[in-house]
Write a protein that binds this ligand. Sequence first.
Ligand SMILES: Nc1ncnc2c1ncn2[C@@H]1O[C@H](COP(=O)(O)OP(=O)(O)OP(=O)(O)O)[C@@H](O)[C@H]1O
Ligand SMILES: [Mg+2]
Length: 266
Amino acid sequence: MTAASSTIIGDGLNLVYRRAGAEPVEALKGVSFTIADGEFISLIGPSGCGKTTLLKIFGDLLQPSTGTLTINSQQPATLRREKVIGQMFQDATLLPWKTIGQNIALLGEIAGRRPSREEVQALADMVGIGHFVDSYPHELSGGMRQRAALARAYALKPRILLMDEPFGALDEITREDMNDELVRVWSQNKLTVIFVTHSIAEAAYLSDRVFVMAPRPGRIVADIRIDMPRARRPSERFGPELTRHAEEIHHHLVSNMQRSNAHEPA
Ligand SMILES: Nc1ncnc2c1ncn2[C@@H]1O[C@H](COP(=O)(O)OP(=O)(O)OP(=O)(O)O)[C@@H](O)[C@H]1O
Ligand SMILES: [Mg+2]
């Protein structure tokens, strides 16, 4: 096993949520994929199609009902113990009684890789909250707190980064800046990134591959390769090539949405 390799194989993943007195929910059904080391993968699909559920299986926060997920032939639990998986979830919360700097340092500290004061400052600068390292979370706006959560995930120096709508609360221009920052972090550190988004443009711009998902049951309905050179420039975001890919993603989203609506009772 080489330390840097982390091919991820999902094989027939099913996940059913069961609650007493409620219909079981097939959050994932028959989900299979192979993700190469260092790929940037986006998950896109309507609300409730199982994106967060799938991400939680990657992060060992949920176990599939059946099927397997292996990362470099190992179980997610092993990698979680080795702290090689960084996560930033939809409801990322900072500890209110710690400063932004202390929050950024937190995951690295838990993993036994406490970042220095300079590293914390550099991370805070990178995500644009350099002046707030000594402030407390309640003193920041929602978008700024999200950036702090992002810096906290980066500080862990993970090999695999799981991100659940990390830029959802940001204004469009800041979001574009954060996209470019993420691409820089990703390419410099040769991470594998699994990124959940509702933005077609963001998925196309960032990804090597986009998995389009559909609900009831949650599944992957298209695996779209964005076959453009990686050094994408911000000016290409709305250029013809990425627009073509965005249209393809849109087409799969819409056609599967209509199909699942067709199954709804009248
Ligand atoms: N703990 C749970 N118990 C029961 N059902 C759940 C649970 N968590 C999620 N679900 C259901 O599983 C399905 C998939 O949920 P999930 O959170 O993975 O969707 P999502 O694609 O991330 O949606 P969104 O875009 O709104 O974040 C939904 O129908 C949801 O209601
Ligand atoms: Mg979700």
